[in-house]
Design a protein around this ligand. Sequence first.
Ligand SMILES: *[C@@H]1O[C@H](CO)[C@@H](O)[C@H](O)[C@H]1NC(C)=O
Ligand SMILES: *[C@@H]1O[C@H](CO)[C@@H](O)[C@H](O)[C@H]1NC(C)=O
Length: 444
Amino acid sequence: MPLILILSLVASQDTSFSYHGFRSANLSLYGMANITSDGLLELTNTTTFQTGHAFYPSPISFKNSSNGNAFSFSSTFVFAIIPNPDHSIRGGHGVALVIAPTRGLPGGSSSQHLGLFNYTNNGNPSNHVVAIELDTFKNQEFEDINNNHVGIDINGLTSNISAPVEYYVDDNSRVASSLDLVGGHQMQVWVEYDGIEKRIIVTLAPINATKPENPLLSLNCDLSPIIYKNMYIGFSSANGQLVAKHYIVGWSFRINGQAPKLDRSRLPVSPLLGVPQSGGKKRSKFFTIGLPVIIVSLAVGAIIILISVVRRKRQFAELQEDWELDYGAHRFTYKDLYIATGGFREKELLGSGGFGRVYRGVLPTSKIEIAVKRVSHESRQGMRELVAEIVSIGRLRHRNLVSLWGYCRRKEELLLVYEYMPNGSLDKYLFGQPKVTLCWSQRF
Ligand SMILES: *[C@@H]1O[C@H](CO)[C@@H](O)[C@H](O)[C@H]1NC(C)=O
Ligand SMILES: *[C@@H]1O[C@H](CO)[C@@H](O)[C@H](O)[C@H]1NC(C)=O
């Protein structure tokens, strides 16, 4: 019994490693791959139609030898794809984390094959290759969804699952923020395989963000029949006619456990890398938050202006009927009366009677002082007769009689405009009820 335990421990050999930069790393490099003087793993430079491979030098035991089940494993890495400044359009094909039976994938072609496969073996189950691709080119033949996606590839470049590059800024947000792989910004990827649940999950975020709760990809897939017991892990990248520089900045891995955390402060700083991208592309934030806010604000503003215009129109709207044309000269506009009385403010109130209030005012153009009586008139019945009487009074001149100059009609309201008499001697006429006024007029 103890012997079996010892044997199984030896077999599982829990491999774990982490690289913060690759200056002192003993990676196996092929093709264009090299380590820059500041410690970056450069998989491709700007040479066209080339591949670059970098592998952890030792084989890793990925399977339990007694039952043949693939172990759980986890890996995380920081990468950056720097667009070629010589080209106005994006270049390169991308980069992939790959688990392969051989170190270096010598048969992998450039361009769309990402250095992983070639025309002959693409899609062949005998490849025994699992790759997580960060694909920057849309290849119709592999059913790529766009030129900026993450995919899980098993034995071929037609991904088993893929998604546009985006991440949830925080756990509460429902809106994913899009990221551009070729933006030159550093991003971090987490790849986790659960050997019990038999599921691969891939998560991605900008370098300065914490690992999002929501993974980008989740694929139920038992790797046991796909991989051999001993496999190599590394990176593959390719350029075609158009090129980009593909860099790995840090990398960690562990079989049967969580990959060691990458310490951002220990990652190499290099002028070759772009500045970290903060919280998603500005453009996407603008479109998801900024633009809707602007549109809503403009709409609200327009509605407010419309309401105030309508209100103003309605405020000064008057009532006029054909029969009134004869009395045109005696009609005042509501707007003038409104301005004259300062909007019928309390300060101008001379007093109140049973049928309304009387205000002092100054006509805006002529500067003549007036008294305005607002008569609330519930029914339109008798309005014609009332106005006719009022106008006829107005035509009369008498030393004891206050001059009634005219009127104005609005909604269900009648406004009577009198000459202003400051001594208050005519208060009884002003503050009396219209009925009384009419009776009194009949005396003449
Ligand atoms: C790219 O790298 C290779 C190998 O390191 C080198 O021979 C070649 O000159 C480089 N090309 C450019 C354009 O930098
Ligand atoms: C394709 O890749 C396989 C496996 O690496 C290799 O054996 C084969 O020679 C390659 N074929 C071509 C046409 O490159």
